[in-house]
Ligand binder design. Sequence first.
Ligand SMILES: Cc1ncc(COP(=O)(O)O)c(C=O)c1O
Length: 424
Amino acid sequence: MSNITEALDERLACLVALEEVAADGVKFTSGAPGPDERKDVNDILLNATKDMLGAKPDLEAFTYGPEQGCETFRKELASFLSQQYGDDVSSSNLMVTAGATQGLHLVLSILSESSAPILVEDPTYFLGLRIFQKDLEREVIPVSADEIGMDLDDLDKKLVSLKRPPKSDSVQDRYWAVIYLMTAFSNPSGLLYSPGKCERLSQLARKHDVLVVVDDVYNLLWYPSSTPSGKPCKAPPRLVSFDKQSDPDYGRGHVISVGTFSKYLAPGIRLGWLEAPDEILSKLYNSGLSNSGGSFNHYMSRLVTKALQSGSVTQHLASVRLQYKNRMDKMCDLLEKHLLEGCSYRKPEGGFYLWLQFPANIDTFEFAQFSAERYGVIFIPGVLASPSEECRNCARLSISAIDEAKIEVGVKELCMAFKDYIMM
Ligand SMILES: Cc1ncc(COP(=O)(O)O)c(C=O)c1O
């Protein structure tokens, strides 16, 4: 195991131990919907189950499903996504997975060379790093990012400087390098890419013939505006919609979108999807892994079909969006009041995460121990999410699983902890 992987494992173990220490305190660490949202999901799935297994039971739900995933579900999902994005999503471009993580792993192992480096935003999704480095033993190349996303000039330079291997004879025609990122409400920094940036990223992927894998797991969690402009709010576009087949330099398709119901309903259902051009997708559902067992989550996809048809998923999303927005507003109002000089953040427009920057000399990994032990407040230290081991002065605060009362206590305690910490 490499030193980087060992260090990440050690830090994660340390974080788990600190979560225990702060068990009765305030945890800003969760990346999943909380107890209030789960109650609503219980009702949605109970009704869907009655519908599916009640008077006229759907016995097909108990079989192996088709490799690409149940067609009825894909059609429902396509219509749901089309409505959410205000864009045409086709069921033939969707494939069922057992969540974003499984989809990501499948894409990397089937579509990219086993030696393909993975270029990531710095900071990035910290558990993704373990998949890349520990499971797949890939080289991870950090690309610097600021508050508007990945530095695309740096990305271009890095891709130019990488040695592209001679074209392999592999029937799969795998990609020689991969870019992994989130363009909407990213984990950990809450970033949102502009359409112009998405356009350029898609062009760069074509120019270098690399695959961009986008973890589109938070896109539908945009915060409704408190000053309605009269225009209907829509989710920010997926990068995959910028890779248009009608473009003269389209090539073979260079973007794949990874989706999941983990953040919109519940992670326990392990239901997700991939969206990609036909040719790319067919390589995935014709893989050995897909052929042995068929759909990666057939039963649950049949069940969620019922929930989508009833409109309850759309309703649930509308309600959680508002809750998350209120929580984030609360957190930012409190930070505004209590945060010390030298600390800064950018208020996100959706999702779960706020990226808090402390003064450059602060090591938030060390501060997290102090804050958990003395104040019972815990967050994700920035270094965990940074393949370059930079971002040592940053912290990821999540609002996904705590109510506004806890946020109030937590932010005040965190700011007090910091005051004490710098006085030491
Ligand atoms: C960026 C990102 N990708 C993937 C996941 C996990 O998704 P899933 O539960 O669908 O595997 C998370 C959860 O925190 C995430 O933040």
